[in-house]
Design a protein around this ligand. Structure first.
Ligand code: 13P
Length: 254
């Protein structure tokens, strides 16, 4: 049941309302056929409603790039799961390395976000990944295991199908050069085994997607790897032609 491929467009803190509106309309008119895929757009908070209105009735889905774990209250600047659902989100992203680094997001905060999101009916993508230094010092698997175990603490079996793990090696993000296929394969196999041992009775484990300088030229080799259930695309997802080509190629690979 892990076979449905998934593609996330993470626009990070880029574009404005006009740019987003043009991009979404271009994607909608370009992308005709992706019945066998989940394609998810993730604009900055202020444009969620705009994208939600534009994609209504299409097969595209909407994700936020963050969420807060409390339902309501005096949390200035934060946004709850219900608010996200109210504007049409089906997904939330959490634990992106840019948030871990710049916003000091911890595994414990991320865990609360996962629990709140899945409890309130949202799908969640949990991002994990090692730094260049950690890879150099053979700490990749220790780091990722820690992020998985602490991020997924207390997650119930029935929430697992609503969770996707995003593997993003930090130093290749935005570099134009993805990680080596051999390294992607090794880490995805590792994550798959970790999930298996954390949830031994599950027949519906989270899908695992790769992120980091994915484009339409390298997608075929990445998506053909075992245990790679999709991709998280940053820069290349803001170019309609390139992004639609990625979606087409992932669709052809299934
Ligand atoms: P790039 O595709 O620009 O490397 O970004 C990857 C990413 O961080 C997606 O979440």
């Amino acid at each position: 049941m892990k076979s449905r491929k998934i593609i996330f467009a993470n626009w990070k803190m880029n574009l404005d309302s006009r740019g987003i509106s043009n991009l979404v309309q271009d994607i909608l008119s370009e992308m005709k056929n992706f019945d066998n895929l989940d394609v998810i757009l993730s604009p900055p908070f202020p444009y969620l409603k705009l994208v939600s209105d534009l994609i209504r009735g299409s097969k595209l889905s909407l994700s936020s790039q963050n969420v807060f774990y409390e339902d309501v209250g005096s949390y200035t600047g934060e946004v709850s799961t219900n608010m996200l659902k109210d504007v049409g989100c089906d997904w939330v992203m959490m634990g992106h390395s840019e948030r871990r680094q710049h916003l000091l997001e911890t595994n414990e905060m991320i865990n609360k976000k996962i629990l709140a999101s899945t409890h309130n009916g949202l799908n969640a993508i949990l991002c994990v990944g090692e730094s260049f230094d950690e890879r150099r010092h053979n700490k990749t698997f220790v780091r990722i295991s820690d992020q998985l175990k602490r991020g997924l603490r207390d997650v119930k079996y029935d929430a697992l199908p609503c969770i996707v793990i995003g593997y993003e090696p930090i130093w290749v993000i935005g570099s134009g050069e993805p990680a080596r296929l051999k390294d992607i394969q090794e880490v995805h196999n590792f994550i798959s085994n970790e999930l298996d041992s954390m949830f031994p009775d599950s027949t519906n484990l989270p899908r695992i997607v790769y992120g980091g300088s994915v484009n339409n030229l390298n997608i075929n080799s990445i998506i053909s790897l075992k245990n790679v259930d999709g991709v998280l695309v940053g820069n290349a997802s803001m170019d309609c032609e390139v992004f639609c080509d990625i979606v087409l190629k992932v669709g052809d690979s299934t």
